[in-house]
Design a protein around this ligand. Structure first.
Ligand code: GNR
Ligand code: NI
Length: 171
């Protein structure tokens, strides 16, 4: 098991569109284990492969408070969207910032599970929001893309300044 490094906004690699997974093999399953370890350690409720600089269509989620509902979704496709909900979202790639985002309230998603078998999941509430947030990552999109340009630029500048500051302290 290995904890992976999470890319942070405005890293341009977060804008990569991920490509479909062709084979669900042991190597992919090792990546899935490492992504769960990274997500739980953060801690977070979801993680897309894009965030760990692997540009394959793969995400992991677990919205439970006791790490009891892990789900790995490979090549996820939303096949139904219903209703609307506003949630204050955060992102491990935009640390320290939270903004309200409008999403579908209820979704149905089709994917391959970690055994390579076709599966479907019906989700609502936070799980539905999280899956939509992760699929956005696979398309190179971040939750800050839904807020104003001015706010996004402010977040961008602050994160870049924090990063410079951390580099100076480490010297
Ligand atoms: O940990 C996370 N919490 C969260 C809260 C509200 C909406 C979405 C999320 S996903 C986020 C982890 C993350 O950045 N996944 O990409
Ligand atoms: Ni995120």
């Amino acid at each position: 098991m290995a904890k992976l490094t999470i890319l942070e906004f405005p890293d341009p690699r977060l804008r990569t569109r991920a490509v479909p997974v062709e084979t669900v093999d042991d190597e992919l399953n090792t990546l899935i284990d490492d992504m769960f370890e990274t997500m739980y350690a953060a801690p977070g409720i979801g993680l897309a492969a894009t965030q760990v600089d692997v540009h394959k269509r793969l995400l992991v989620v677990d919205v439970s408070s006791d790490n009891s509902q892990p789900n790995a979704l490979i090549n996820p496709e939303i096949i139904e969207l219903d209703g609307e909900t506003m949630t204050e979202e955060g992102c491990l790639s935009v640390p320290g910032y939270y903004e309200e985002v409008k999403r579908a309230e209820h979704i149905r998603v089709r994917f391959l599970d970690r055994k390579g078998e076709e599966a479907e999941l019906e989700a609502e509430g936070l799980l539905a929001v999280c899956i939509q947030h992760e699929i956005d990552h696979l398309n190179g999109k971040l939750f800050v893309d839904y807020i104003s340009e001015a706010k996004r630029q402010r977040i961008r500048k602050r994160l870049l300044r924090d990063k410079r500051h951390q580099a100076e302290v480490a010297m």
